[in-house]
Structure formats: C-alpha cells, structure tokens
Design a protein around this ligand. Structure first.
Ligand SMILES: *[C@@H]1O[C@H](CO)[C@@H](O)[C@H](O)[C@H]1NC(C)=O
Ligand SMILES: *[C@@H]1O[C@H](CO)[C@@H](O)[C@H](O)[C@H]1NC(C)=O
Ligand SMILES: *[C@@H]1O[C@H](CO)[C@@H](O)[C@H](O)[C@H]1NC(C)=O
Ligand SMILES: *[C@@H]1O[C@H](CO)[C@@H](O)[C@H](O)[C@H]1NC(C)=O
Ligand SMILES: *[C@@H]1O[C@H](CO)[C@@H](O)[C@H](O)[C@H]1NC(C)=O
Ligand SMILES: *[C@@H]1O[C@H](CO)[C@@H](O)[C@H](O)[C@H]1NC(C)=O
Ligand SMILES: *[C@@H]1O[C@H](CO)[C@@H](O)[C@H](O)[C@H]1NC(C)=O
Ligand SMILES: *[C@@H]1O[C@H](CO)[C@@H](O)[C@H](O)[C@H]1NC(C)=O
Ligand SMILES: *[C@@H]1O[C@H](CO)[C@@H](O)[C@H](O)[C@H]1NC(C)=O
Ligand SMILES: *[C@@H]1O[C@H](CO)[C@@H](O)[C@H](O)[C@H]1NC(C)=O
Ligand SMILES: *[C@@H]1O[C@H](CO)[C@@H](O)[C@H](O)[C@H]1NC(C)=O
Length: 310
C-alpha cells in the first residue's frame, strides 16, 4: 500500500514538472519535502571537478550552489565564465562543463551565484544554449543592493541583472539580495536589515514578473524580524520566499531565527546554513553559537589585552 503511494507520488512529481524549463524548487522536490522548504538539502561552492563529482554521486543533495566569475581554466589564457569564488580567478571547472554535467544529471537544482554583472553577461549565451534542457530548478543569484551593516561591497547592477535575466531565462527563479558586512571577518556581530533596505528591494523588483527568493544572512535577519512579512507580502505576486544563509563565524541568535522561520512559515523559507547551525535549529540547545561568539570575543579581547601589555 505504502509502496503504491510512493510510486504515485514520484509519478506525480514527474508529471508535474516533466519537460518544464526551470521549474519551481518546491514543486520539483515536492515528493520529498511535502511543502516544507526547510527540508531541502544544499551543497556549497561546487567550484571544481572533484566537488562536482562528489555532489553528483550524492543522492541526498537537492540544491547545488556554485559561484561564477570571469577567469581562466587550467593554463589556458582565454577569459571565460568559470566556477570560482573571488579572489580566485582560475579553476579546473568552467561554467560550460558545470552546466553540461547538471543537464545530464537532471535530478538536482542549481543556484548560480554571479559575482559581477560582467560574469553574468558572459554566461547568457550558455544559459540560452541549455535552456530547453534545464528541466530542474535554476536560480540566478546576485547581491543587487547594498545592505547591512553599512556594507562596502559594490553590488551587482540591479537594473541590468533583472533585465538580462528576464530576457535570457524568464522561467528561472531570481535569488536576489543585499551585500552584507558581518561576522568574524568584519568583527561585526550585531545588526539588522532596515526598513529602508526592504523598501528599496520592493521598489527594485516592482516590474519583475519572475518568481523571487531573497537570500538573507541568518544573524542579520534574526536581528529584526518584523520586516520580512512586509517584504514577502508586498511581493507576493512573485511567489516570494526567503533563503536563510549563514557564514562560519557569524553570531546567530538561534531562538530568534527559529521564531523568524515559524512566523514566515515553512512553506516560504529555505534554510541553507552550515551543519552546526542546522543542528541547533533542529534541536533545543542554543548555547553553542553563543559560546562560539564568546570564545571568539575572548580571543579578540585577549589579543587586545596582550597588545596593551606590551
Ligand atoms: C519542516 O521541516 C523541519 C526540518 O525537518 C521540521 O523541524 C519542521 O517541524 C517541519 N515543519 C512542518 C510544518 O512540517
Ligand atoms: C570527474 O568525473 C569525470 C567523469 O566521470 C572524470 O572524467 C573526471 O576525471 C573526474 N574528476 C575528478 C577530479 O574527480
Ligand atoms: C587573476 O588574479 C591574479 C592575482 O590577483 C592576477 O595577477 C591575474 O591578472 C588575474 N587573471 C585574470 C585572468 O583576471
Ligand atoms: C597545460 O597543462 C597541461 C595539464 O594540465 C599540461 O599537459 C600542458 O603541458 C600545460 N601546457 C603548458 C603550455 O604549460
Ligand atoms: C556582454 O556580452 C557580449 C557578448 O556576449 C559582449 O559583446 C558585450 O560587450 C558584453 N557587455 C558587457 C557590459 O559586458
Ligand atoms: C538537449 O536535449 C536534447 C534531447 O536529449 C538533445 O538532442 C540536445 O542536443 C540537447 N541540447 C544541448 C544544448 O545539449
Ligand atoms: C569585510 O570583510 C570583507 C572580506 O569578507 C573585506 O573585503 C572587507 O573589506 C571588510 N570590510 C571592512 C570594513 O572591514
Ligand atoms: C517600472 O516600469 C515603469 C513603467 O515602465 C517605470 O516608470 C519605472 O521606472 C520602472 N521601475 C523600475 C524600478 O524599474
Ligand atoms: C536595528 O539596528 C538599529 C541600529 O543599526 C537599531 O537602532 C534597531 O533597534 C535595530 N532593530 C531591531 C529590531 O533590533
Ligand atoms: C502579511 O500577510 C499575512 C497573511 O496574509 C498577515 O497575517 C500579516 O499581518 C501581513 N503582514 C504585514 C506586515 O502586512
Ligand atoms: C506562483 O505560483 C502559482 C501557483 O503555483 C503559479 O500559477 C504562478 O505562475 C506563480 N507565479 C510566479 C511569478 O512564479
């Protein structure tokens, strides 16, 4: 009986999304997640052949995140879209090879994180070439607005990104967010997305008809949770969702983050965070992330203390 329903569920999935270009992730993985977006599993920085091979061999992974910059492959001198995270500009894996492998595999979604508008522009031809065969979720990601806390990273040009995306792959999901300055690298451990930053996003996407997910940094998103229902309600016509992400060394108030996820709803929030935070969200203990922070702070303060002694 149970087997029968499983077969039906898988058949339902196949029927619902078969042949569809860049289907919605919730629909594509529905037989596994049953509407609960937090159950989607992720892998990050699939920017070389070794990691790509491991990823493709792992059936438990649903969404594959990878970074695209302009650079070179191996010892070739031609500058093309490659899989790498800045400041790297050399890789053994080109976007062309990455897409060919994903299209052949068919079972996983991709989140393509474009670091510059030039890298995106140079990738459009490849996206067009593979368009009809990308029958899995395709997210086009870029930080298009300046965000917290007074982030100094230059965002990707919003107007150009949105316009090129809709011309090239109107079926894709836009994963568009804010640049951030936070965490251990920047010695910034508190902050939040301001109402003005939310309003700017609502205005920026007003003419967009593609589905949208907003990548938001866990520690900052949990720092002020009232803004999210405003953002999602005001862009509900784009089936807007949040994707919570986090970096190692970020301070995250786990209880507040849990509250955020519950308030926004499991059907409107993807959770793509490091394993440790994932476990904290699933469990009831929240002490660990604070203790990391205390540990890091005491190292920092210890250094200051030592420095002042000498
Ligand atoms: C969604 O999935 C998460 C992770 O498995 C689980 O903790 C949560 O209870 C689920 N929520 C609902 C409403 O099913
Ligand atoms: C990855 O897999 C491809 C095809 O199966 C193979 O040609 C290649 O050598 C592998 N690369 C690495 C680094 O494992
Ligand atoms: C790659 O980065 C190195 C070191 O920053 C730089 O010297 C080189 O010009 C860059 N190459 C390309 C193709 O951008
Ligand atoms: C380029 O790299 C390949 C192997 O990765 C090597 O066989 C070849 O000799 C290299 N060519 C040059 C000009 O360095
Ligand atoms: C965009 O790419 C096209 C060719 O793919 C190139 O002709 C054009 O100069 C690029 N524009 C920018 C702003 O990079
Ligand atoms: C797309 O798939 C079809 C059918 O399998 C194939 O004939 C075609 O060559 C593929 N296109 C690309 C760009 O690989
Ligand atoms: C924040 O950290 C990034 C590296 O992640 C660095 O490029 C940037 O300059 C830092 N900004 C400040 C103000 O420290
Ligand atoms: C949206 O389109 C209208 C009408 O074409 C235009 O006036 C407005 O500037 C556009 N807004 C954005 C944010 O692109
Ligand atoms: C957000 O941060 C600002 C300062 O950057 C602070 O004044 C405000 O109280 C914070 N909001 C919340 C909800 O914590
Ligand atoms: C957003 O919409 C939900 C459900 O429609 C509603 O309960 C909530 O009050 C709205 N929030 C805002 C800030 O408009
Ligand atoms: C939102 O979801 C509905 C129901 O699945 C679908 O019909 C509609 O096309 C979607 N809209 C966007 C902008 O993705």
């Amino acid at each position: 009986m149970r087997f029968f329903f499983c077969v039906l569920a898988v058949f339902g999935l196949a029927k619902a999304t078969m042949g569809t270009v860049a289907p919605d992730a919730a629909t594509f993985f529905d037989s596994t997640i049953h509407g609960n977006l937090t159950k989607i599993t992720w892998v990050h920085a699939v920017n070389n052949f070794k990691k790509l091979n491991e990823t493709l061999a792992d059936e438990s992974i649903m969404m594959v995140e990878a970074d695209i910059v302009l650079g070179t492959v191996g010892n070739f001198s031609e500058i093309i879209p490659i899989m790498a995270h800045p400041p790297n500009n050399n890789s053994d894996l080109s976007l062309a090879d990455f897409l060919t492998a994903m299209v052949k595999h068919k079972k996983k979604g991709v989140k393509l994180d474009f670091k510059t508008i030039e890298a995106f522009n140079a990738s459009l031809e490849l996206l067009t070439k593979h368009r009809e065969n990308m029958t899995f979720p395709v997210w086009l990601n870029a930080d298009i607005l300046r965000g917290p806390v007074d982030a100094d990273t230059e965002p990707v040009d919003a107007k150009q990104f949105l316009s090129l995306a809709s011309k090239t792959l109107p079926e894709s999901t836009l994963s568009i967010g804010w640049t951030t300055k936070y965490g251990i690298v920047n010695m910034t451990f508190s902050g939040n997305y301001s109402e003005a930053q939310i309003d700017e996003m609502i205005k920026t996407v007003s003419n967009t008809s593609q589905p949208i997910t907003y990548p938001v940094r866990a520690g900052l998103a949990a720092g002020g949770i009232t803004v999210w229902s405003k953002l999602l309600n005001n862009t509900a016509d784009k089936n807007a969702t949040l994707t919570i992400w986090s970096a190692e060394g970020d301070k995250v108030d786990v209880d507040q983050l849990k509250k955020l996820i519950q308030e926004v709803g499991y059907d409107r929030v993807y959770v793509d965070v490091p394993e440790k935070l994932q476990k904290q969200l699933a469990g009831s203990a929240t002490a660990a992330s604070i203790s990391t922070f205390v540990l890091l702070s005491s190292i920092f303060l210890g250094n200051v203390l030592l420095a002042s002694l000498f």
